[in-house]
Design a protein around this ligand. Sequence first.
Ligand code: NAG
Ligand code: NAG
Ligand code: NAG
Ligand code: NAG
Ligand code: NAG
Ligand code: NAG
Ligand code: NAG
Length: 401
Amino acid sequence: MRGIISLSAAYFILACFLISSANSYNIVCYFASWSIYRNLSGKFDVSNIDPNLCTHINFAFVELYENGSLYIVDPWESNSKSDGGNYNGFQDLVNLRQQNPNLNVLVSLGGWNEGSKNFSVVCADEAKRQILVGEVMRLIAKYNFDGLDIDWEYPTLRTDSHPQDKENFVKLLAAFRTAFQPRRLLLTAAVAGAVEKIDAAYFVGNLTNYLDMLNVMSYDYHGAFDGFVGHISPLYASSLDYKHEKNYTYVASAAIEHWLRNGADPSKINLGVPTYGRTFTLADKNNTQLYAPILGPGPKGLFTGLEGTLGYHEICNEYSGADSQYVFDDHQKVPHRVVDDLWIGYDDNVSLTYKVDYAVAQKLGGIMVYSIDTDDFLGLCGHKYILLTTIKNRLDYHRSK
Ligand SMILES: *[C@@H]1O[C@H](CO)[C@@H](O)[C@H](O)[C@H]1NC(C)=O
Ligand SMILES: *[C@@H]1O[C@H](CO)[C@@H](O)[C@H](O)[C@H]1NC(C)=O
Ligand SMILES: *[C@@H]1O[C@H](CO)[C@@H](O)[C@H](O)[C@H]1NC(C)=O
Ligand SMILES: *[C@@H]1O[C@H](CO)[C@@H](O)[C@H](O)[C@H]1NC(C)=O
Ligand SMILES: *[C@@H]1O[C@H](CO)[C@@H](O)[C@H](O)[C@H]1NC(C)=O
Ligand SMILES: *[C@@H]1O[C@H](CO)[C@@H](O)[C@H](O)[C@H]1NC(C)=O
Ligand SMILES: *[C@@H]1O[C@H](CO)[C@@H](O)[C@H](O)[C@H]1NC(C)=O
């Protein structure tokens, strides 16, 4: 009798474990390591990270040469003194696992500024692929990372890319998978969030087979580069989007549904959300609609210092006063602000709640956040890490249902 009870107790515990692990959602946070150079309250380093808000942290970025070797973009920031650096970025990040043993810390290769050329050259050559895999294995072993994230933006697209990239990318992933499998390392990728880029760049089925996670970059749909007003990351299309060719596909839900339609495993997909906004200087202050003409990007933020973008912390701290009009678009399910001739599209706690609900309804693995360093990490506007906290609380709420 006792045996039966303890056996059923064991089954009960096992069942609870299976249920809870089946319902646990990812929160993948990119850490833009150059945020250490930001000014004033924008300066961010590993010590500012709350290790309990993310399930995965990706160090952004390390880069590659055409010969397949890795290189560290900023040794001062990444390495300890013994390796010619000062800031210990890799080791301090990995050490966050002492505070949260369940945290996964990955290193991310590539990023927008890396472009396509070196990836394209390395992927096309078996020997160079092996050099890259070998160097990544050594970096992972040296710092005890949990795996690699590949952020190639994008195979077959951008300057000096090649039509064979689509196939060669799969070969690169296969080489990494072979090396990673015995050591149970994680292999993930940041992937495109626009329908025509997905079609051009990826064999979706092969990616799903080789990758543990696909972090869909469902943002940067619009910015001053367009020459008209648009939201960085609408969840759904507005009626105006349907009047502008294929712009109704430049929304997060269309990207996710395209990945799913092409056979991606939903549990491997993380919906990407930005913690920054994209800004516009309006041509006519009275025309604040989507597709309104602009003069150019909005001005630099005090912390981030780049025209056309602002961190959430800058938006809430400097652009949310009495002269700022808040508009929540009921179709796109995202907010924007208008301050005089400045138009700012971004995500806040309200839009992120919709996005989390959408990710859960689509049975996705979770949410990817780009990037942890422009959330309100100091609580300048009230609640520390309001965006990440909103995401975590909402996912916990769904998990507990
Ligand atoms: C690509 O590799 C070349 C040399 O192999 C290097 O000079 C260049 O900086 C690399 N480009 C990027 C963007 O990493
Ligand atoms: C690749 O080029 C870099 C920079 O020139 C060099 O440091 C590295 O040793 C080269 N790697 C290989 C495998 O030849
Ligand atoms: C990609 O997947 C297709 C279909 O499953 C398969 O025929 C092809 O060989 C795969 N390509 C690579 C490079 O793995
Ligand atoms: C979006 O609309 C703009 C303005 O009408 C147009 O130039 C652009 O080609 C459209 N983009 C897509 C993907 O249809
Ligand atoms: C904007 O609207 C205001 C109030 O209706 C008007 O006084 C102003 O002239 C308009 N500005 C432009 C540039 O049309
Ligand atoms: C920080 O401030 C300095 C001095 O005002 C300026 O040169 C630099 O561009 C600023 N950096 C950023 C990221 O805004
Ligand atoms: C978002 O934050 C505002 C201000 O703190 C609060 O009033 C509102 O209830 C929050 N909404 C959600 C959905 O979290």
